[in-house]
Design a protein around this ligand. Structure first.
Ligand code: ADP
Ligand code: MG
Length: 487
């Protein structure tokens, strides 16, 4: 190298150092704590890359305890009187107005409507009075991206059409339980104002409006004779479906691990200080909206650089931090971002291939499939890669990918364990056996996911908590709610 090029190189390095310094200063000022970094920029061995991912996504026992404590503080703040504190809790703690826990003896044929993140389910079912919820029929319709991003009228007309499909008799008024799984402000059991869309929805004209009113208008437009008698969300549905099914066990919380994540639990009314008027007796289910958890500094969850990008690219930037590290909508995307970096640093081939460069093209269901492969050379992963357009992977690449998926899903499960422990602590069930009802495809289908939550709970001293898969809890729960709350 001659002296001139030498100087150019030096000036280049100095400029890079100044730039890096300035950007990290800017970053630190904004977030206070920098994200956990993996360093794939230098050429690593597969072993080192695996170790880096394990470290970046590690949630130690100490970290779990910190998250648990911090969540408990947010729960308390969220229940306090409105305007009493300078800071709002990141966890909304919304009263559900469900203040009757089913006894299991409720009877009747009920209709229910369930809108989660991905599908609309309509069902007709029978409660037999012995804890059984028999589906007479269930219909499932996919909510297209177009509908999720269109107008309120389009979306609610579509929902009304789904309801119309299942009603037998339109001459008399049909009572329907409605599960709507987005944060709502309720002041009664049969109304609720959407606070903010989550899970990728941006439908206009819905935020700030009463969901039941919007749907009733759509019923009127379509000439449908129906009335929503109970409006709940999926967590509440899951809790009460489980409480109905196993009434002699104590179901104290409902958790969703699907497109998004959220939880509800049974609280003493006397502790809900923001309830107007204040009530001393009885219980009410609180919908936590825990998906939005973290401190204002976003530093309790300790995001990696991938989490920061997921947040930046999301339609709801700077909210739902916990959800973005936990739920089905995001786990695949976190893996995709790590794969993108791996492919740029030559540890994974297919640099520039569509499943790697296209946001949300690497679904969380792939992670399940990868995790499930126990063949010696990961042949099923190879078949999956071939199928999605990433052919001819080496065994090292597949091994690295599997470890990456495992690290991301394990972190999710341990974050959830910390959060469940916070709820159990909150209600003072430190020793008594209690049931947490869980629903959602991530929990149901990801191999070992439930065991990892249970193991996290055990590490924190909560082995007496029983996780109970409550399939279709959100839909069935709407039917139970319609029955219980109309009494
Ligand atoms: P919703 O959240 O709409 O009620 P689900 O509980 O079925 O619906 O969750 C759907 C989400 O779960 C999908 O968006 C996807 O992220 C994730 N998912 C679907 N299948 C699987 C699977 N096999 N393993 C892990 N996650 C899955
Ligand atoms: Mg659901």
């Amino acid at each position: 190298m001659d002296r001139f090029t030498d100087r150019k190189v030096l000036v280049g390095i100095a400029a890079a150092v100044v730039l890096l310094g300035a950007s990290s200063l800017w970053f630190n000022r904004r977030k206070r704590i920098p994200p956990k970094k993996t360093s794939l920029k230098t050429q690593l061995s597969y072993e080192q890359a695996i170790k880096n991912f394990q470290e970046a996504f590690l949630v130690s026992k100490e970290h779990m305890l910190l998250i648990k404590q911090s969540m408990e503080d947010e729960f308390k703040l969220g229940l306090s009187k409105v305007g009493e504190n300078d800071r709002k809790s990141s966890i909304k703690m919304l009263p559900s107005y469900v203040d009757v826990i089913p006894s299991g003896k409720e009877m009747g044929v009920m209709y229910a409507l369930d809108i989660g993140g991905t599908n609309i389910r309509t069902l007709k079912c029978e409660l037999d009075g012995y804890g059984n919820i028999k589906s007479i029929f269930i219909r499932k319709r996919f909510v297209s991206d177009e509908l999720q991003k269109g107008s309120a009228e389009q979306l609610f007309d579509f929902i009304a059409a789904c309801v119309s499909d299942i009603l037998d008799d339109v001459t008399e008024e049909n009572k329907i339980g409605f599960t709507f799984s987005f944060p709502m402000d309720q002041s009664s059991i049969d109304s609720g104002v959407l606070i903010k869309w989550t899970k990728g929805y941006t439908t206009s004209g819905v935020e700030g409006n009463d969901i039941v009113h919007l749907l009733s208008e759509a019923f009127r437009r379509a000439g449908i004779n129906a009335k929503i008698t109970a409006l709940i969300n999926d967590t509440v549905g899951t809790l009460i479906a489980s409480a109905y099914e196993v009434a002699d066990h104590n179901t104290m919380a409902g958790v969703i691990l699907g497109t998004g994540t959220n939880a509800c639990y049974v609280e003493q009314k006397a502790n809900i200080l923001k309830l107007e008027p204040q009530v001393e007796e009885g219980v009410m289910i609180i919908n936590t909206e825990w998906g939005n958890f973290d401190s204002p500094e976003y530093n309790v969850l300790r995001p990696t650089q991938y989490d920061i990008v997921v947040d930046k690219n999301s339609p709801n930037y700077s909210s739902q931090h916990f959800e973005k590290m936990v739920s089905g909508m995001y786990l695949g995307e976190i893996v995709r971002l790590a794969l993108l970096e791996l492919s740029q640093s030559k540890l994974f081939s297919h640099n520039g291939a569509p499943p790697i460069i296209t946001p949300h093209m690497f679904g969380t269901a792939y992670l399940s499939e990868i995790q499930r492969d126990d063949t010696p050379k990961l042949e099923n992963v190879e078949a999956l890669m071939n199928r999605i357009g990433l052919p001819n992977t080496t065994y090292d690449e597949r091994r690295l990918l599997k470890e990456l998926c495992h690290a991301v899903a394990l972190r999710s499960a341990r974050l959830v364990a910390s959060a469940i422990a916070a709820i159990v602590d909150r209600v003072g069930k430190k020793e008594t056996e209690c049931v947490v009802a869980v629903d959602g495809s991530l929990y149901e289908h990801y191999p070992g996911y439930g065991d990892n939550i249970q193991e996290g709970l055990r590490e924190l001293g909560f082995e007496h908590v029983i996780l109970r898969l409550t399939k279709d809890g959100s839909g069935n729960g709407a039917a139970v709610a319609a029955c219980v709350m109309s009494k």
